[in-house]
Write a protein of this length. Sequence first.
Length: 105
Amino acid sequence: MDAFTAVDRLLAGRYQVGIEDVLCEGCLTGRLPAMFAGDAVIAPRCIRMQADADGGRSFTFEGTFTLMEVRYNFRCHVFADAGGQRFVSDVALFEPVEWETRMAL
């Protein structure tokens, strides 16, 4: 199982939300919903934005997503239409880059 699928399943089971929804919300607003209460943090950076003729906008974001002390690098493409609908159209990168292991003594 890849990291994207593992995180998606964990988020769905624990928070009833998928990783694509989390990335979309986090990238467009710069923060995550309160339900994560410190379990997750996102640090997105918009590296490309394109306005479409129909009023929609396409964005490319990259950054880090940290969930329960595991940090992931990501790059994703988000589309927002003129009517307010938005979604992740592609996740080009999602890989763990830092984690800590703790052992109770």
